[in-house]
Design a protein around this ligand. Structure first.
Ligand code: UDP
Length: 464
């Protein structure tokens, strides 16, 4: 009997990319009869065990031993991830060689960081594929090699089918940084793959997708197969997080659509002053809220990704404004570090989501029809926020002052805009339309379902 086609996936050790890629692997197994192995480079962090627990038994897993990263170099999270993957390449080579010799390995899939493993795929003659979150991000990567040559760099970038992007909203603003060098190098690899999977659906951002498809053979085939969302959040082993389940019980007792959910993804952190302004703004808004709170960090907005600067989690009462916890009791619920986000967004009492604009958070909101307040922190989040507010129109966005701080009055104003104003109503209606379009796309005969089937066929065909 012929062996099942086998896809190896090298994942990035960060929940934001890990969650949808695992979901992709699950669907490849369940809907298309593939065998899938996830190879996971290891950076020890607070969510490592959560990642292990998120892997379903239907997907094989190879956790690589931790690599030793240079200490105290001041390198940012993205650079550390690229380094950890580079240092893991000899091990990835070994694992892939064994898989290629012992099974019908038809391809290797990587993401924007683990694309570094595509060089190994080439050496071993394995067909390379890539996974992207949004179409806009994909478009930026595909056009980055030409953009990188431009001097002086344009103040506004026009990607085909997208709203103009001011330079300040690009993924990486500092072109002299180490991370920019990685980004440029990685972007040059994208056109070399044989297929690109995008966690988006046709009706979400059609102009951007069609523009890329119309660039014809310059680009590899693009498969929009989303939204890929998890149905329940893996639980991290964080002590003192009993609040996780309590918050769902609290939601059960709240009026329909009355609660604003506030969360900054798997690793986002706010500065101390921004944490204070957000707290006081939520209080001033008079609305109910459920906030996943992290210890503030003045050094980095992505401090919690790799556990850097977090130390043992502090209880919110240790860093929130004095008296805030008592004054908002009953109206506001605080969950330290991590909450069951998919279940919260699915809950009927949740009426809005103040988000850092990570792609999974956006997809989970669309699937549940929950309108957004865009509060981007770093990386592609500014670009996502732009797309959500100016193009797709499912989010409202507060104005930051010249120091980038969103003050308490602005927080209160934007919460009221979303939860009670006409603009909020329009945003809610628009996201409900997208919710229906997303359900159609992944349903029987839908565009994402068809693209997934085509991808599975092409993967088998390409390997022959
Ligand atoms: N998440 C969660 N609970 C939390 C924070 C995050 O379950 O308290 C999940 C969330 O549902 C999403 C993922 O972690 O699936 C975060 O991905 P996203 O792309 O939104 O942001 P990133 O972590 O990449 O910044």
């Amino acid at each position: 009997m012929e062996q099942k086609p086998h896809i190896a996936i090298v994942t990035t050790p960060g929940m934001g990319l890990f969650i949808p890629i695992v979901e992709f692997g699950k669907q490849l197994v369940h809907l298309h009869g593939f065998h899938v192995t996830c190879i996971i480079p290891n950076i020890p962090g607070p969510l490592t065990d959560t990642m292990k627990s998120a892997l379903p038994p239907s997907v094989d897993q190879v956790f690589l031993p931790p690599v030793s990263l240079p200490q105290d170099t001041g390198a940012d999270t993205g650079t550390l991830i690229c380094l950890s993957i580079t240092l893991s390449l000899p091990l990835i080579h070994k694992v892939l060689k064994t898989l290629a010799e012992s099974s019908r390995l038809v391809g290797l899939l990587g993401d924007v960081f683990s694309i570094l493993a595509m060089d190994v795929a080439k050496e071993l003659n394995i067909v390379p594929y890539m996974f992207f979150s949004s179409t806009m991000e994909l478009s930026l990567y595909l056009h980055q090699p030409e953009l990188g040559e431009m001097f002086p760099f344009p103040e506004v970038i026009q990607l085909p089918g997208c709203v103009p992007i001011p330079e300040r909203d690009l993924i990486i603003r500092d072109r002299s940084s180490q991370l920019y060098k990685w980004f440029l190098e990685n972007s040059k690899r994208v056109r070399l793959v044989k297929g690109i999977v995008v966690n988006a659906f046709l009706d979400l951002h059609p102009a951007a997708l069609l523009a890329l498809q119309q660039e014809g053979s310059r680009n590899p085939p693009i498969y929009p197969i989303g939204p890929l969302v998890q149905d329940s959040s893996p639980l991290p082993p964080v002590p003192g997080n009993e609040e996780q389940q309590d918050c769902l019980r609290w939601l059960d007792d709240q009026p329909r659509g009355s609660v604003l959910f506030v969360s900054f993804g798997s690793g986002g952190t706010l500065s101390e002053v921004q944490t204070n302004e957000l707290a006081l703004g939520l209080e001033m808004s008079g609305h109910k809220f459920l906030w996943v709170v992290r210890s503030p960090n003045d050094e980095s907005a992505s401090a919690a990704y790799l556990g850097g600067g977090q130390g043992p989690p502090k209880h919110p009462s240790q860093f929130l404004p004095q008296g805030f916890v008592e004054r908002t009791k009953g109206r506001g619920v605080l969950v330290p570090f991590w909450a069951p986000q998919p279940q919260i967004l699915k809950h009927g009492s949740t009426g809005g989501f103040l988000t850092h604009c990570g792609w999974n958070s956006i997809m989970e909101s669309i699937v549940n029809g929950v309108p957004l307040i865009a509060f981007p922190l770093f990386a592609e989040q500014n670009m996502n926020a732009l797309m959500l507010t100016e193009d797709v129109k499912i989010a409202v966005r507060p104005r930051a002052n010249e120091d980038g701080l969103v003050g308490r009055e602005e927080v209160a104003k934007i919460v009221k805009t979303l939860m009670e104003g006409d603009e909020g109503k329009r945003t809610r209606e628009r996201i409900k339309e997208l919710k229906e379009a997303a359900a159609k796309a992944v349903g029987e005969g839908g565009s994402s379902r068809k693209a997934f089937s085509q991808l599975a066929l092409d993967m088998i065909h390409q390997s022959k």
